[in-house]
Design a protein around this ligand. Structure first.
Ligand SMILES: Nc1ncnc2c1ncn2[C@@H]1O[C@H](COP(=O)(O)OP(=O)(O)OP(=O)(O)O)[C@@H](O)[C@H]1O
Ligand SMILES: [Mg+2]
Length: 440
């Protein structure tokens, strides 16, 4: 991996002589054949580009020292084979998201906070060029007639690009970087995402094949949490995963990963999440893991959970655990207009065991703010029983939030299942009610 250090400020210094730099960049780009650029190793290509930079600089009497020559060669090579100026951000382990809003507006997320970077593109066309390169690498295209793109980079990172006329200012690219390290519950306790008791209870929940939904806002850590839950699944189980863009990192040997397919240019050949959930049911799965439930497939997923596929899991975009239920209900209504609401609610109440709500809070920390059990249904209301909640107390001088995870105690409806798997005592111990910390 290439070092990130020095490059942003070398790039910033190159900016002072921007005309010369752009001139050299354009000249060198036309001098190297694209086919050759693909064939050469990055090191050989960089060497070749450095030579060409020296030639162009000498020919046109442009002042550029050796360090700048090397930095410029990096930029040009990234332009030819990588994703241009954002390559160093993609290689930077501390960056989790890269958001290009325009040529001079590149944001990253580090430690849960957004930061503007000094990275810049030459112009809109340069951003567009990168979007097109991503599109063609997955056999798609992005242009005025098809101005939105979802794709995955070879390293698994998730990319969305949207261009004019839909994006009013210019092309925008958003990248959720793929994290090679699966976070586990131990790491979550270290990061302040959950308390130790919550970690223990949720590990047991995943092992005892409870049906779980992880809810939360965009980027709140839902998929990461689902990955951590999946670490608890027994290696003897047959798991089918369904996603739009594969992000789940199952560690078990017996996993079948399914991915949806968008329609082709003629609008044909689409395979939806619903198609895949239905297909998965014919594959004798022990568990079905749906990356994110976002539409009519909610109906099939609830049916799967109700018909012997205990331990199925998914994520959902929502503002709270209660809101997650309302959204699932709406999704099912979209699929089945003729089914009475009451029977939909009964179906949801008997399918789901746990809802885990995640939030990226204003101090940048991602926390599980609610763990609730789906306790049944009374009249027309699905009953939720709170197991854990995050209680905000105040703010520390450094801006971090001061709060604690409170356990409400209780004996959840699914306790017999936990006991059946032999974890009853341990689970109840993790559910010991928390006393609020004493105020000083
Ligand atoms: N508990 C955590 N602590 C710190 N960082 C986390 C935590 N969970 C997730 N992250 C980081 O936050 C980013 C977003 O995580 P993730 O993809 O899981 O969110 P998401 O809710 O699934 O997002 P989306 O709504 O876009 O699907 C990732 O870079 C991930 O590494
Ligand atoms: Mg996600």
């Amino acid at each position: 991996m290439r070092p990130f250090t020095a490059r942003p400020d070398v790039a910033a210094r190159l900016k002072t002589n921007i005309k010369a730099v752009e001139f050299i960049q354009d000249q060198v780009l036309t001098m190297v054949e694209p086919a050759l650029a693909v064939r050469l190793s990055p090191d050989m290509l960089r060497k070749r580009v450095e030579e060409l930079i020296a030639v162009v600089a000498a020919q046109h009497q442009l002042l550029i020292n050796q360090e700048e020559q090397r930095a410029l060669a990096e930029l040009i090579v990234d332009d030819m084979v990588g994703l241009g100026p954002i390559e160093p951000l993609l290689n930077d382990e501390t960056v989790s998201d890269v958001m290009i809003n325009g040529p001079s507006m590149v944001y990253v997320e580090r430690k849960g906070k957004l930061q503007l970077t000094p990275v810049h593109f030459r112009n809109d066309a340069h951003v567009m060029h990168v979007a097109q390169r991503i599109a063609s690498s997955v056999g798609r295209r992005i242009d005025e007639s098809s101005p939105m793109l979802d794709a995955r980079l070879p390293d698994g990172s998730r990319v969305n690009a949207i261009i004019p006329p839909l994006s009013l200012k210019g092309p925008c690219i958003s990248i959720r970087k793929f994290s090679r390290n699966v976070m586990n519950f131990w790491r979550f306790t270290e990061l302040g995402t959950v308390s130790r008791e919550m970690a223990r209870a949720l590990e047991i929940a995943a092992r005892c094949r409870l049906n779980v939904i992880v809810s939360g806002g965009t980027g709140s850590g839902k998929t990461t949490f689902l990955n951590a839950l999946s670490l608890m699944i027994d290696h003897g189980e047959r798991i089918v995963t369904i996603e739009d863009a594969a992000e789940l990192q199952m560690q078990q040997p017996h996993v079948i990963q399914l991915e949806t397919r968008p329609a082709n240019i003629e609008g044909k050949g689409e395979v939806t999440q619903r198609d895949l959930v239905r297909n998965a049911l014919r594959m004798r799965p022990d568990r079905i893991i749906l990356g994110e439930v976002r539409g009519v497939e909610a109906f099939d997923m609830m049916q799967a959970m109700n018909t012997g596929h205990n331990g199925s899991m998914s994520t959902i975009h929502s503002n709270s655990a209660r809101d997650a239920l309302a959204r699932i209900e709406n999704m099912i209504l979209m699929a089945n207009v003729n089914v009475p609401l009451q029977s939909i609610r009964m179906q949801i109440a008997s399918a789901l065991d746990l809802i885990i709500h995640t939030e990226r809070m204003r101090d940048g920390v991602r926390r599980v703010t609610e763990v609730v059990e789906v306790a049944g249904i009374e009249h027309e209301t699905i009953l939720l029983g709170s197991l854990f909640t995050y209680r905000y107390v105040g703010q520390n001088p450094d801006g971090s939030l001061n709060g604690y995870f409170k356990c409400e105690g209780g004996r959840p409806r699914f306790l017999p299942r936990v006991e059946y798997y032999g974890f009853g005592d341990e689970f109840l111990e993790a559910l010991t009610p928390t006393k609020p910390p004493e105020r000083k």
